[in-house]
Design a protein around this ligand. Structure first.
Ligand code: OOG
Ligand code: NI
Length: 461
């Protein structure tokens, strides 16, 4: 058996996997390559301007990772698929964080994000995969529900190599360099696009009638990547550049408005392309049809909010999204900006009011050691002893995610589901509990504070 020293760190495997996914998607979806070019130009522009300083990013972690940062999204069909995906992602240091119930927004799935959890791993490569599990029980027609379940039960979305190498990683406690290369190549197969459906055209149409998303999950050999999302430092500029390049961009940017101090997550996408699909016929003759599923997205990430900050965000967003009073002439962007005037927009206040999480570092030596019991982070920021930098939000937003799903499902009838609480069922399917995102952010903040407090107390700042 190889020993610990022979193993590649999970962060390095994730880095290779993220790169391999990006390269594959670039060959599959041409417009995604355009998006990457736009984002890297916009980011280079921001980093070269004075605006970069306002962001207070930590250079060696937040800035270094920008050009390789992205998230992907996939949708799986069964509990077994989800449980195996979780084992595969764990080999790369990606763990399920957070629960998103999209059924309330008319999408018959619930989801989590697989991602690295600690500060060092996030700095190395923060690649996340938003992973949705289809809720077949929400298909009303019992026959169609049974057909869909049978189709899903028959398919095998992982190659034998992907399974064998995951089992080996679990048994040995890691993968060697040579095994890691084979592992990345093997799992890439699961997320590849298949031009040939695994159902006939009639079944595809019936599934589409039930819900476009059900057809997307059930009709294909595996959970193809449905989008890949690079991170931009200025989403308004990137959106304008997308429109100028003729990409069919979504009309509004999801999430909070433009601010000096970005919070959470703002997202926009270009609409899914219509793609030709070959459907096997019962008589052996193939039929040609079409499917729209795959798109590109960009996101701007800001500071992670505390539960208090998140409650304020949800409340303000709610006031803008509720039906517009008659006679109202302001645009959505204007109403959003007006509502969010109530959300403090400087880093110090966001910290002092307990609205957001920060990383602290020593900016200058104090005049004398500071005893641990007299340590006051806000006061030390004010005297310039400590500097603060936002803990970047690594997760997703259910209202925004619903907007992204919807804009790529066309204008079909919207469905209201009454799915009931699903978190426990999701965790049971996954085979493990979901981590709580707030706990992770709070842990990053308190570790940075503890380090500063200890150094100031010892006088060796
Ligand atoms: C996932 C949509 C959610 C995001 O960025 O909010 C998402 C999907 O369409 O499968 O990726
Ligand atoms: Ni996305």
């Amino acid at each position: 058996y190889p020993t610990n020293a022979d193993f590649i760190v999970p962060d390095a495997i994730r880095d290779d996997f993220s790169d391999a996914m990006s390269r594959m998607y670039r060959t599959e979806v041409g417009a995604y390559g355009d998006l990457l070019r736009i984002v890297s130009e916009v980011n280079a522009g921001v980093l070269a301007s004075d605006d970069a300083d306002l962001l207070n990013l930590t250079p060696e972690e937040d800035i270094d990772r920008i050009s390789l940062e992205r998230h992907a999204a996939i949708r799986v069909g069964t509990a077994q698929e989800l449980a195996m995906i979780a084992r595969i992602f764990a080999v790369m240091g990606m763990h399920p964080v957070g629960y998103y119930d999209l059924s309330a927004a008319g999408v018959p799935v619930h989801s989590t994000a697989f991602r690295p959890k600690n500060r060092k791993a996030l700095a190395r490569n923060p690649f996340r995969i938003f992973t949705s599990l289809l809720r077949l029980e929400l298909i009303e027609d019992a026959d169609l529900r049974r057909t869909a379940a049978e189709i899903l039960a028959r398919r095998r979305i992982f190659t034998p190599d992907a399974i064998a190498l995951t089992e080996r990683a679990e048994a040995q406690g890691g993968l060697t360099g040579e095994e890691a290369v084979r592992f990345v190549a093997a799992i890439l197969e699961t997320f590849r696009w298949h031009e040939r459906a695994c159902v006939d055209l009639g079944t595809f149409r019936a599934l589409n009638e039930a819900h476009r998303l059900i057809a997307d999950v059930v009709s294909f050999k595996g959970p193809h990547i449905n989008h890949l999302t690079p991170r931009t430092l200025d989403i308004d500029a990137a959106q304008a550049a997308m429109q100028a390049a003729g990409l069919p961009a979504k009309a509004v940017i999801e999430g909070p408005p433009r601010r000096r101090c970005p919070i959470l997550l703002r997202q926009t996408s270009f609409k899914a392309m219509q793609e030709q699909v070959t459907f096997p016929g019962a008589d052996g003759a193939a039929r040609i049809g079409h499917h729209t599923a795959r798109f590109g997205e960009i996101e701007q990430r800001g500071v992670a909010l505390t539960p208090k900050g998140r409650a304020l965000y949800d409340r303000l967003l709610g006031t803008v999204r509720s039906p517009c009073p008659s006679g109202e002439t302001a645009t959505y962007e204007e109403r959003l900006a007006t509502a969010f005037a109530a959300f403090p927009d400087n880093w110090r206040t966001l910290h002092a009011e307990g609205l957001a999480y920060f990383k602290f570092s020593l900016a200058r030596a104090p005049d004398a050691p500071i005893p641990a019991d007299r340590f006051d982070a806000t006061a030390l920021v004010d005297t310039g002893v400590l500097a603060l930098s936002p803990v970047i939000y690594e997760d997703f937003l259910p209202v925004s995610a619903a907007g992204i799903f919807q804009s790529n499902l066309g204008d079909g009838p919207s469905v209201i589901y009454d799915a009931g609480p699903g978190r426990a069922a999701f965790e049971a399917a996954l085979g493990m509990p979901l981590a709580d995102e707030f706990t992770l952010y709070a842990g990053i903040e308190s570790a940075s504070i503890a380090r500063c407090r200890a150094r100031l107390a010892s006088g060796q700042a």
